[in-house]
Design a protein around this ligand. Structure first.
Ligand SMILES: [Cu+2]
Length: 168
């Protein structure tokens, strides 16, 4: 009995020393902390809205006065940043005969109107880009997208092959 107590005490002390030394010396101590401790004190800010997404479905029958391309089709997406006055777009078309130009024109369904934004022609079947537009054009499209249309022109349909009004 008298012999065992000192031995046990020595083991306990040694173990305690090792544990403390291990904490202090472990270079990876920070990596073993619970994941929650790595979170920033404040959550990240939500992304700033950069615009409003609009779409247009392009078909020949929408052309005015027409006729457009009978079997041609297409789709366009338009996003407008009203702070930067920037318009970004994608256009895809199919079965057009020699694409020449693409624009956004201002007129409601059933009438034709002037070009307000020139776009890259989807000569290979698709195009995309971002362009600066005047503030009043950005505001006008955002306020009444259906008063504007995407028009793709071709060699076979110079005045317009496929057309679609902008909408949500
Ligand atoms: Cu045009």
């Amino acid at each position: 009995m008298a012999l065992r107590t000192p031995v046990l005490s020595a083991i306990t002390l040694a173990t305690a020393s090792c544990a403390v030394a291990g904490w202090a010396a472990d270079p990876h101590a920070g990596h073993t902390m619970p994941a929650g401790h790595a979170m920033p004190a404040t959550p990240p800010a939500s992304p700033t809205p950069t615009g409003q997404g609009l779409k247009a479905t392009l078909i020949g029958a929408n052309e005015v006065p027409g006729p457009g391309d009978a079997d041609g089709s297409g789709a366009a997406t338009v996003t407008i940043d009203p702070v930067k006055n920037q318009l970004c777009y994608t256009i895809k078309v199919a079965l057009l005969d020699g694409v020449t130009m693409a624009h956004i024109h201002k007129a409601p369904m059933g009438s034709m109107g002037n070009v307000v934004v020139p776009l890259a022609a989807p000569t290979t079947g698709s195009s995309e880009g971002c362009v600066q537009i005047r503030p009043e054009i950005a505001a006008g499209i955002l306020a009444a997208p259906s008063d504007f249309y995407v028009n793709v022109h071709s060699q076979a349909n110079l005045a317009g092959a496929v057309r679609g009004q902008l909408g949500k």
